[in-house]
Design a protein around this ligand. Structure first.
Ligand code: PLP
Length: 450
C-alpha cells in the first residue's frame, strides 16, 4: 500500500475482503468507492457525480458536508469528545430543549440513542413499563429497524429471516387506498375501514394486553403512504379509549422531510412517544432518540428507567444535532421544502404521470414522493412483484441504471421509485434530476401492456 491514503483499487480490494455489507449477498454487489460529496451531490473515485435523490438512506437532510455543521463537530471535538450519559452535558441539554420545543404539545423529554432501531426498541420498552402490558401492534408495510424488537415490529420482508426474534408483536393493515386491503374506493372510506380493522384487532387481541400501537406517521420505505384525513386522529382516539401508548416513528420523516419539524405536526395529532434519528443531524454523527410525553416521562420519576447505552447523548452527535437545527432555521430549510415540494416537485411528477403510462400513482409531501410503477393502470399490476429479487426485479434494476447513467441516484423499493433529495437542494438541481428521471422512465414504460 502506498502513502496514507488507499488507492481506489485498494479500497475495492479491502472492501471485498473484509467488509460485510448490509442486506446483501456479498457476491451480488460491487460497492462504488466514493471520493467526495457536497450539498445535493456525491462523486465516485472515477469522477462520476450523481444528484443524491435518495439523501443516502433518506438521512442527508441538510446536504453533504455542510460547512457550518462540519465546523460544529470540529469545535465540539476540540472541547469534549465524550462523556458518559450519567453526567449532564451542555450540548445534550441544548439539543433536548431544541427538540422538545419543536415536538407537539406535551412531549418534552428526550432519551438519546445511536439510531432509529434503538429508538424504537426504547420507545417500546417505555410503553411496556408505563402500561404494564406487553403487546405491540404495528403495521404491515412498515420498517422500524433491524434490532430484535424493531425488526419484529417491521412489516416488510426484511423481517422474515428474523421471525421469532422477539415476542408480543401483532401486525395490522394500515390505510393504502391505491391497493386497499378493505376494498375501499376512496380515501375517506379507506380511513374509516382501516380504523374499523384496527379497532377490531385491538378488541380481539385484548385491549388490556396492548402496551402500544407503533406506526410510521407517513410510511417511508414501503411507499410514502400518507395517512388519509382522520386516520391518525382515529388511532389517537383508540389509544385513549384503551389506555394504549401511541408511538409515532418519525425516523425517516422527522426533521423537515415533509416540510414540518415532525410529520405529525401536519396532522395536528399528539402521540405519546415519537422516535427520531436520520434527519436530526443528517447522520454526520450517529444519533437517534425517543421524545416522551410528560405523562410517560413521569413513570420514570421514581421508578428507574430500565435501559441505557454507552453512547446515549454523545456530545459530538448532540453538538451536530443542535447546530443542524439552527442551520435549518438560518437557511429557512423547512420553507424551501414546502416551496419546492408544492411548486416544483408535485406538479412535475403529476405531469410525468400524464406522459408515462407506467406511473400508477404519485404520492408525497414536501421533498418526499413515490412513483408507484405498474404494468397496467387498470389492473394495477406492479412493475415488479412484491419482494422482487433476481430476474423478477430486473425492470426496476434497469430503470435505476437508466437514472444513474443520467446522473441521478434515486431511492427504490420493489415497484416504487422514491424521490427524497437533500432538503437544501436548489431548484435547478431538482429540475435537472427530474428531467433525468423523466427520460429514464421510458424504461418502465417499455414493460407496459394495455
Ligand atoms: N424507522 C424508520 C421509519 C426507518 O426508515 C428506519 C431506517 O430506515 C428505521 C426506523 C431504523 O433506523 P436505523 O437504521 O437508524 O436503525
Amino acid at each position: 500500500m502506498s502513502g496514507d491514503r488507499l488507492s481506489t483499487a485498494e479500497v475495492r480490494e479491502l472492501d471485498a475482503k473484509h467488509v460485510l455489507h448490509s442486506w446483501s449477498a456479498q457476491n451480488a454487489i460491487t460497492p462504488v468507492p466514493i471520493a467526495s460529496a457536497s450539498g445535493a451531490s456525491f462523486t465516485d473515485a472515477d469522477g462520476n457525480t450523481w444528484l443524491d435523490f435518495a439523501s443516502q438512506l433518506v438521512n442527508m437532510n441538510i446536504g453533504h458536508q455542510h460547512p457550518k455543521l462540519v465546523q460544529a463537530i470540529k469545535d465540539q471535538a476540540d472541547e469534549l469528545c465524550y462523556i458518559a450519559p450519567a453526567f449532564a452535558n451542555d450540548k445534550r441539554s441544548e439539543l433536548a430543549r431544541l427538540i422538545a420545543d419543536r415536538a407537539p404539545g406535551a412531549l418534552n423529554t428526550v432519551f438519546f440513542t445511536n439510531g432509529g432501531a434503538e429508538a424504537n426498541e426504547n420507545a417500546i420498552r417505555m410503553a411496556r413499563v408505563h402500561t404494564g402490558r406487553h403487546k405491540i401492534l404495528s403495521m404491515y408495510r412498515s420498517y422500524h429497524g433491524a434490532t430484535s424488537t424493531a425488526i419484529t415490529a417491521t412489516g416488510d420482508p426484511r423481517r422474515w429471516p428474523s421471525d421469532g426474534a422477539a415476542t408480543g408483536v401483532v401486525h395490522f393493515m394500515g390505510p393504502y387506498a391505491y391497493r386497499s386491503a378493505f376494498g375501499s374506493t376512496d380515501q375517506e372510506e379507506e380511513s374509516r375501514r382501516a380504523l374499523d380493522h384496527l379497532r377490531q384487532t385491538v378488541q380481539l387481541e385484548g385491549p388490556g394486553t396492548i402496551a402500544g400501537i407503533l406506526l410510521e406517521t407517513i410510511v417511508g420505505t414501503n411507499g410514502v403512504l400518507i395517512p388519509p384525513a382522520g386516520y391518525l386522529d382515529g388511532v389517537r382516539q383508540l389509544c385513549d379509549d384503551y389506555g394504549i401508548a401511541m408511538i409515532a416513528d418519525e425516523v425517516m420523516v422527522g426533521f423537515g422531510r415533509t416540510g414540518e419539524w415532525f410529520a405529525i405536526g401536519g396532522f395536528d395529532v399528539e402521540p405519546d412517544l415519537i422516535t427520531f434519528a436520520k434527519g436530526v443531524n443528517s447522520g454526520y454523527v450517529p444519533l437517534g432518540g425517543v421524545i416522551l410525553s410528560d405523562r410517560i416521562a413521569r413513570t420514570f420519576d421514581d421508578t428507574p428507567y430500565p435501559g441505557g447505552l454507552t453512547y446515549s447523548g454523545h456530545p459530538l452527535a448532540c453538538a451536530a444535532g443542535a447546530a443542524s437545527i439552527k442551520i435549518f432555521e438560518e437557511e429557512h430549510i423547512l420553507e424551501n421544502v414546502r416551496d419546492l415540494g408544492e411548486r416544483v416537485l408535485r406538479p412535475r411528477l403529476e405531469k410525468m404521470a400524464v406522459d408515462h403510462p407506467s406511473i400508477g400513482e404519485v404520492r408525497g409531501k414536501g421533498l418526499f414522493f413515490a412513483l408507484e410503477l405498474v404494468r397496467n393502470r387498470d389492473t394495477r399490476e406492479p412493475l415488479v412483484p412484491f419482494n422482487a429479487s433476481g430476474a423478477d426485479a430486473e425492470p426496476m434494476a434497469r430503470l435505476m441504471t437508466a437514472c444513474k447513467e443520467r446522473g441521478v441516484w434515486p431511492f427504490s423499493h420493489f415497484n416504487r421509485l422514491q424521490i427524497a433529495p437533500p432538503l437544501v437542494i436548489s431548484e435547478d438541481d431538482l429540475v435537472r434530476g427530474l428531467d433525468a428521471i423523466d427520460e429514464a422512465l421510458s424504461v418502465a414504460d417499455g414493460y407496459y401492456a394495455e
